[in-house]
Design a protein around this ligand. Structure first.
Ligand code: TRP
Length: 476
C-alpha cells in the first residue's frame, strides 16, 4: 500500500487541520496536473481522505474548501472512535473510516464487536427455512455478521414467528443508493418470511445531532418515508413511524423508553457512544428511543399487547452499539434480546475508505439523479482499480478489490455468473475500466429510474396510511 507520511495526527486545532487539508487538496491537484504516477496520486488522495475524516471527527462538520471552521467548533467526541491502535478502523454511528482501499476489515470487526459471521451454513439454513434462493446480499457477504440468527430460525421452524425492525435517520430529503441497502434486504426478508415490519424514522435524533429545525427533521422523515415505500413494502404488513409523532401517540412505546432509561447509566452510554459531559441530555437519553422498537410491546396495535414476539433488526454494522446496549438491558426489563443481521457499508465513489455521505454530492449517487448525472458521476468520480494506460491494463489487469464500479456491481448485479465473469475479465485485463464503468452505469440507470417512477406514484394518502398506528394483517 502507498506510503502515508505526515497525516492529520499532528494537527491540534480545527484551523490547523483545515489548513493541512487545503494544502493537501492543492497537492493532489498539482500532482494530477503534472501527470504524476498513479501511485503518487493515490497516496496523496488517500491522505486527503484521511484528513477529511479526521476533520469531520474533530469538528463534527464536513470540510468545505473556502469555509474555515468557526472559532467555537468543538470536538463532538462521538464514539470511542479509533479507540487505541492506529491501524484500527473507525466504525460507530457517526464515523466510518479506514486506511485500507479495500474497505473496513469486517472479519476484525466481528471479533471486536463480538458478533458472529454469516457463514455458508447460516446462508444454507436461511435457504432451507425460507424455501427461497438467498438474496444476493447474503450470497455475497454483504450482510456478513449476525447475532442470534440461529435462534430466530429455530423458533420459526417451530411456527413461532418474529418481526422486523429497521430505521433511518432523516437528515435531509436526499437519499442515496447506499441508504436503500437495508430496505432492499428488509423487503426480501418480509416477503420470504411473511412477517410484520416496523420502520423507525429518527427525526428526533437528527434534531439533536444536527443544526436542523424540528419542522425540517419531521418533513424529511415524511419525504424519506416515500422512498422507503417505493422499495415495495406491503402496507398491510408495514408500520413506518416518526419518533416525533409516535412517542406522543403510544403510551406503551414511551413506557418502554423509560424502562430502558432507568436501566442504563450515564457511564454505560459514555463507554458505548463516547458521550461527554458537554453533550446535551437529549443525546444521552436518545439510545433508549432507538432501543424501544426492539420490544414487541411497543406496538400493541400490531402485537395485541404481547411482549414475547422476537425482533430481528437488519441494519448496517455502525448501528450495532445501539443494539449491544439494547441486548444488554432486555433481560433486565423482562424482554427478549433482539436478533441482528449486519451489513457492510456502501462505499463512497472515491473509494472504500469511507461510506457514501449525503452531505457531499460527489461521493454519492442520489435517488434523484438523472441518467446523465449517474453517467457523469461514475465516469468522473468512481475510484478505479484499473491501470493508467490501456497497454498496461491489458498487460497487468485491473484490481477489482479496490475498484468502486466493481464493488457497486456486487451490490446490484443479480446474476452471479455474469459478475464472476466481469471480475475475471477485469483482473486479466480483458475488460477495461471504461467498459466496467459502462456496465455499472447501465445497471444503475434503470434501477434508479424505476425507483423514481415508483416514488412518484406514492400518494400522500398512502404515506398517511403507512404512518398511522393500526393493526396489521397478522394474528398474534
Ligand atoms: N440511527 C439510525 C440512523 O441514523 C436510524 C435508525 C433507528 C435505525 N432505528 C434503527 C437504523 C434500526 C437501523 C435499525 O440512520
Amino acid at each position: 500500500m502507498a506510503e502515508c507520511q505526515g497525516d492529520g495526527e499532528g494537527a491540534k486545532s480545527p484551523m490547523e487541520l483545515y489548513e493541512k487539508l487545503t494544502a493537501q487538496g492543492e497537492q493532489v491537484r498539482a500532482l494530477k496536473t503534472a501527470k504524476a504516477t498513479k501511485t503518487d496520486v493515490d497516496a496523496a488522495v488517500q491522505l486527503l481522505i484521511k484528513l477529511k475524516t479526521d476533520y469531520k471527527q474533530m469538528t463534527g462538520q464536513d470540510y468545505k474548501a473556502g469555509c474555515p471552521p468557526s472559532e467555537n467548533s468543538v470536538a463532538p467526541d462521538n464514539g470511542p472512535a479509533a479507540g487505541g491502535a492506529d491501524d484500527e478502523d473507525t466504525v460507530d454511528p457517526w464515523n466510518v473510516s479506514t486506511n485500507n482501499a479495500k474497505g473496513v476489515d469486517y472479519e476484525k470487526l466481528i471479533l471486536r464487536f463480538g458478533s458472529s459471521k454469516v457463514d455458508k451454513e447460516l446462508v444454507d439454513r436461511i435457504e432451507k427455512v425460507s424455501g427461497q434462493k438467498p438474496h444476493r446480499f447474503l450470497r455475497r457477504g454483504i450482510f456478513f455478521s449476525h447475532r442470534d440468527m440461529h435462534q430466530v430460525l429455530d423458533a420459526y421452524e417451530k411456527q413461532k414467528s418474529f418481526y422486523l425492525y429497521t430505521g433511518r435517520g432523516p437528515s435531509s430529503e436526499a437519499m442515496h443508493v447506499g441508504h436503500l441497502i437495508p430496505f432492499i434486504f428488509t423487503k426480501w426478508l418480509q416477503d420470504v418470511f411473511d412477517i410484520p415490519l416496523v420502520v423507525q424514522l429518527t427525526d428526533d435524533e437528527k434534531y439533536l445531532w444536527k443544526d436542523l429545525s424540528l419542522e425540517d427533521c419531521h418533513r424529511f422523515a415524511v419525504e424519506n418515508a416515500k422512498d422507503i415505500i417505493a422499495c415495495g413494502f406491503d402496507v398491510n404488513k408495514t408500520f413506518i413511524f416518526s419518533d416525533l409523532d409516535y412517542m406522543g401517540a403510544s403510551p406503551e412505546f414511551y413506557r418502554n423508553v423509560v424502562k430502558v432509561q432507568k436501566h442504563v447509566t450515564f457511564n454505560q452510554v459514555k463507554g458505548i457512544f463516547g458521550f461527554t459531559d458537554s453533550d446535551c441530555i437529549g443525546k444521552i437519553s436518545f439510545p433508549a428511543i432507538q432501543a424501544a422498537p426492539s420490544f414487541s410491546s411497543s406496538f400493541p396495535q400490531i402485537f395485541k399487547g404481547r411482549k414475547d414476539i422476537q425482533c430481528l433488526i437488519p441494519c448496517a454494522i455502525d448501528q450495532d452499539p445501539y443494539f449491544r446496549m439494547t441486548r444488554d438491558v432486555a433481560p433486565r426489563i423482562g424482554y427478549l434480546k433482539p436478533a441482528l443481521l449486519h451489513s457492510t457499508f456502501f462505499p463512497a465513489l472515491q473509494g472504500a475508505q469511507t461510506k457514501m455521505s449525503a452531505s457531499d454530492a460527489n461521493t454519492s449517487i442520489f435517488l434523484t439523479d438523472t441518467p446523465k448525472q449517474i453517467k457523469n458521476k461514475v465516469n468522473k468520480h468512481a475510484f478505479s482499480g484499473g491501470k493508467d494506460t490501456v497497454e498496461e491494463h491489458r498487460k497487468y489487469g485491473g484490481n477489482p478489490d479496490v475498484d468502486v464500479a466493481f464493488m457497486y456491481l456486487t451490490f446490484f448485479l443479480e446474476d452471479d455468473e455474469q459478475l464472476e465473469k466481469i471480475r475475471q475479465d477485469y483482473a486479466s485485463g480483458a475488460l477495461l475500466t471504461g467498459e466496467l464503468k459502462k456496465l455499472l452505469i447501465e445497471t444503475l440507470q434503470p434501477m434508479i429510474e424505476q425507483h423514481q417512477q415508483r416514488r412518484k406514484q406514492v400518494t400522500e394518502e398512502e404515506v398517511k396510511q403507512f404512518m398511522t398506528p393500526r393493526p396489521l394483517h397478522f394474528n398474534f
